[in-house]
Design a protein around this ligand. Structure first.
Ligand code: SAM
Ligand code: SF4
Length: 327
């Protein structure tokens, strides 16, 4: 499945729900309205799309949300995708619901890897940032359980916002050393439901890297997968772990993008910043055959825009926030 700019799709991100138990300031406003339940794809619809996507060349599926662990049938979704496909199944989560039993159930169902978001190590700040009752200690306990259950390699994600948590770059980077994992810093993107993003709150990957290097000098690695979103670095002192920078704003990686997104309500989005959506749910519910659905995905992919254009003067933030797209 290729687009009109010659890029091949290998990676499908499926949002299983737009609901979340957090209200991160850079993602969801407290009064966000969720899609009606009947508009969300069912477990069998999600599995069917995954199977067809694999037949078109998708090799990796990442389950996301909202918060995917809130889905009552998450294990069945994972097991169904595993039974229907040979793709690698990963998940991204805020770690608030990572009990040992849940992790074991998802792993037994076929989940291979987990990515966990953590934006602050200071309890008061974490509470203000996530507007949740969870804490950094809860997230780190989830990290430890995930590693213990072997859902690895584990990655951590952080978004830094100026004046909020941008002084924690080195502290968060230290988690990579402590847990021998990859700690990734994602530039804040204009995808918040409050539409409050502005460049004064944005912290560049270069600035984040400089702040980390004040404490932990880094060495660029040269084995990054070209379609990877992150540029990764090792610690110069040989400590374990690595640091990744995902810089969609300062260094767009659109030219190597291999991703397609399916929202919880069944819309195909060729790009995070797409302003046009493709209503796969309507086709699914109108009785489309597998061949028709495959053609639908091929056609949607063909329209994938060359880039997101965040830096251009006529950039328009998509109406859907990150939580309703699936990051
Ligand atoms: N709830 C899960 C979580 O937070 O990990 C999964 C969904 S969340 C939308 C996926 C990722 O998107 C998280 O790592 C989050 O930090 C990131 N994200 C959300 N809003 C963002 C924004 N405006 N800019 C950059 N990253 C964002
Ligand atoms: Fe929820 Fe994840 Fe968005 Fe935070 S970033 S509000 S945890 S979906």
């Amino acid at each position: 499945m290729t687009d009109s700019h010659g890029r091949t799709i290998r990676d499908l991100r499926i949002s299983v729900t737009d609901r979340c138990n957090f209200r991160c300031v850079y993602c969801m406003e407290p009064d966000v309205r969720f899609a009606p339940r009947e508009s969300l794809l069912s477990t069998s619809e999600i599995i069917r799309v995954a199977r067809i996507a694999e037949s078109l060349g998708v090799r990796k599926i990442r389950l996301t949300g909202g918060e995917p662990t809130l889905h009552s049938e998450l294990a069945a979704i994972i097991a169904g995708i595993r039974a229907a496909t040979g793709v690698e199944i990963a998940m991204i989560t805020n770690a608030s619901l990572l009990t040992r039993d849940a992790l074991r159930e998802w792993k037994a169902a076929g989940l291979a890897r987990v990515t966990i978001s953590i934006d602050s190590l200071r309890p008061d700040r974490f509470a203000r940032l996530t507007r949740s009752t969870s804490s950094p200690a809860d997230v780190l306990a989830g990290v430890e359980r995930t590693i213990a259950e072997g859902l690895t390699p584990l990655k951590l994600n952080a978004v830094l916002i100026r004046g909020f948590n941008d002084d924690e770059a080195a502290d968060l980077a230290e988690l990579a050393r402590l847990y021998s994992i990859e700690m990734r810093f994602i530039e804040y993107m204009p995808l918040d439901s409050g539409h409050t993003w502005d460049s004064s709150k944005w912290v560049s990957a270069a600035e984040t890297r400089a702040a980390i290097e004040d404490r932990f000098p880094l060495i660029a690695r040269d084995d990054d997968d070209p379609s990877s979103t992150a540029r990764t670095f090792a610690f110069a002192d040989g400590a374990p772990g690595r640091i990744g920078f995902i810089a969609p704003v300062s260094s767009p990686f659109c030219g190597a993008c291999s991703r397609l997104r399916l929202t919880a309500d069944g819309k195909v989005r060729p790009c995070l910043f797409s302003t046009t959506e493709w209503d796969l749910r309507a086709a699914l519910r109108a009785g489309a055959t597998d061949d028709h659905l495959a053609d639908f995905l091929i056609d949607a992919t063909w329209t994938k825009q060359p880039g997101h254009g965040i830096a251009s003067h006529d950039f328009r933030q998509p109406a859907r926030p990150m939580s309703a797209i699936g990051g």
